[in-house]
Structure formats: structure tokens, C-alpha cells
Design a protein around this ligand. Structure first.
Ligand code: GUN
Length: 294
């Protein structure tokens, strides 16, 4: 079997096209905060800003020094929370060493209405409750779900195996799949007999960041394989799957690059538009309430 290639670039282009009109109407602004100069972050941020340009979304990249301390970053977050012209902002991860251990506290400081990465407890909580409550879902899991939807890959009733349990991909993806009727198994670095479990997957999601760790013998013939992990070596970007051999076994597979990456960016920008939409609705509601009190 030679797998069908599920191009994220194609789907992301379609999503970005649909966002253009709303961006023109609402004129939202995204701010990307980076501390330090991590090479992978530089490349992700470049993609995000390039896509903002492509759809006419206002954007700003705030790059802080590598040695930035917690009080300085928290003060910037407070200012961005209060600035009415900023529709949404993200703190690019990973943070430098001295800030990394404070990541939960830092993410918690972002006001939920501007948390366009969907990493804070409020938005994650809504995502946890049900599909209908998802408002600003985490960008990568939301992009993955959208990709499956576009290529008409059914989720309900399927056995989904997620390899990886990060707070920003593995865990929320597992919940979003569960909310769509999949039977979900989550595997991680401590899982015994990994290949026995991955071989049972109708849809296999790999979000580890270990290049080539998913080999053909770990995949059930005909399974759909969604490769989320990204690593970089001298040859360029690599996914978690051994792409050539797995393509011989799977019925469909995402490539790296051009798979989940562009979907993450499109989902982020969609969240920015949604955030601005909600903020405008809130302003109008308050105004109507004020007028009704006169
Ligand atoms: N680092 C890797 N992926 C992401 C992402 O989606 N958002 C942020 N803020 N940092 C990341």
C-alpha cells in the first residue's frame, strides 16, 4: 500500500483564505512574545508572522533578552492583557532556562480572552468539557482535528492512539478526540510495549519529537498516521515517523514539513480572529446594557 499524503499546506491555505474577509472586517492584532533566540522558535515565529502578512493581520514580534527575568515578563503580560488594541498574544515556548520552571505561572497570567494559544487553564477547561464549549482550543490539536475533517477521516468509533502527553499537544488532543467519539489510548516515554499498542491504532498520532521513532512494524496496515513531532537536523525538518517505510503500510500519512505545522499556524490565526470577535461582542453587550439603564 502507498499512503495518501494528507497535505496540511493545502488545508491551511484554504483556512487562511476564509479568514481574510474577517480580518478585514475586524482588524485584529496578534503579538508574539519571545524570550531569547531559540533557533526552532525563530523558524516557527517566522511562519506565524508570514501567515499574518498573507491575510493582512496586524502583528508584532516582541523579542526579549535571553536573560529576561520573571518580573519583567509578567509585567509585559499585564500590559498586553490591558492593551485594548492587542486582540491576542502568545508566549513562544520553550522559555529560557531561568523562566522555564515558571511556565505554568506565566501561561496562567494571560487573560483567557487573549489566550490565542489556548494553553491557559480556562480555555483548556472549556476544551475539556465538550466540543461545543471549545472556543480558543490549543492550535496544534485543533489543526490536527481540522486536517482529519478536511480529508474526511472519521474519528467517531475509531481507536486513536496518541504517543506523547505534553500539555500543549498530547493531552488536549486526546481529550478533543474523546469528545468526538474516538476510543483513545495515550502512550508516553514510560509506556511498556509501545508497538503492541500503536499497532492497534486506526489513527496513530505521534507527538514526541524523536525523528523516525515510529517505524513500519509499529503501524497497523491501513492505519492513518498523523505525524506531529518536529525535529531539525542538518538535512532539515524531520517528523517522528520513518516516513518512507510507514508510507508503505499506512493508508494515509502527513508529511513533515507541510503536514501539521501549517495547520497549527492557521488554527492560531483563526483563534486570533475569534478572540477579536468575542471582544467586539462583549463591548457591544456592555454598551447595550449601559444604554438600557439610561
Ligand atoms: N512551541 C512549540 N509550539 C508552540 C505553540 O504552538 N505555541 C507556543 N507558544 N509555543 C510553541
Amino acid at each position: 500500500m502507498t499512503a495518501r499524503i494528507l497535505s496540511g499546506t493545502e488545508v491551511a491555505t484554504a483556512i487562511l483564505e476564509t479568514l481574510k474577509k474577517k480580518v478585514k472586517q475586524l482588524d485584529p492584532k496578534l503579538v508574539v512574545v519571545q524570550a531569547g533566540d531559540n533557533a526552532a522558535s525563530n523558524s516557527y515565529i517566522k511562519q506565524k508572522l508570514k501567515s499574518c502578512e498573507a491575510i493582512g493581520m496586524r502583528h508584532e514580534h516582541i523579542q526579549l533578552a535571553e536573560e529576561t527575568g520573571l518580573p519583567e515578563l509578567m509585567m509585559l503580560i499585564e500590559n498586553l492583557n490591558r492593551e485594548p488594541d492587542v486582540s491576542g498574544f502568545i508566549i513562544q515556548l520553550p522559555l529560557p532556562k531561568q523562566l522555564e520552571k515558571h511556565t505554568p505561572q506565566i501561561l496562567r497570567a494571560i487573560t483567557p480572552t487573549k489566550d490565542v494559544d489556548g494553553f491557559g487553564a480556562y480555555n483548556l477547561g472549556k476544551t475539556f468539557l465538550s466540543k461545543e464549549f471549545e472556543d480558543l482550543p490549543p492550535a496544534t490539536p485543533a489543526g490536527v482535528i481540522e486536517l482529519l475533517h478536511y480529508y474526511k477521516v472519521p474519528i467517531e468509533g475509531q481507536h486513536a492512539v496518541v504517543v506523547g502527553r505534553s500539555n500543549i499537544v498530547g493531552k488536549p488532543l486526546a481529550i478533543m478526540l474523546l469528545n468526538r467519539g474516538a476510543t483513545v489510548t495515550v502512550c508516553h516515554s514510560k509506556t511498556a510495549g509501545l508497538s503492541l499498542i500503536t499497532k492497534q491504532a486506526d489513527i496513530l498520532f505521534c507527538a514526541v519529537g524523536k525523528p523516525g521513532m515510529i517505524t513500519a512494524d509499529m503501524v497497523k496496515p491501513g492505519a492513518v498516521v498523523i505525524d506531529i513531532g518536529v525535529s531539525r537536523d542538518e538535512e532539515g525538518l524531520k517528523g517522528d515517523t520513518d516516513f518512507i517505510s510507514v508510507s508503505e503500510v499506512a493508508s494515509a500519512i502527513t508529511p513533515t514539513p507541510g503536514g501539521v505545522g501549517p495547520m497549527t499556524v492557521a488554527s492560531l490565526l483563526r483563534n486570533v480572529v475569534r478572540a477579536k470577535q468575542r471582544q467586539v461582542e462583549m463591548i457591544n453587550k456592555t454598551r447595550n446594557l449601559d444604554e438600557s439603564m439610561l
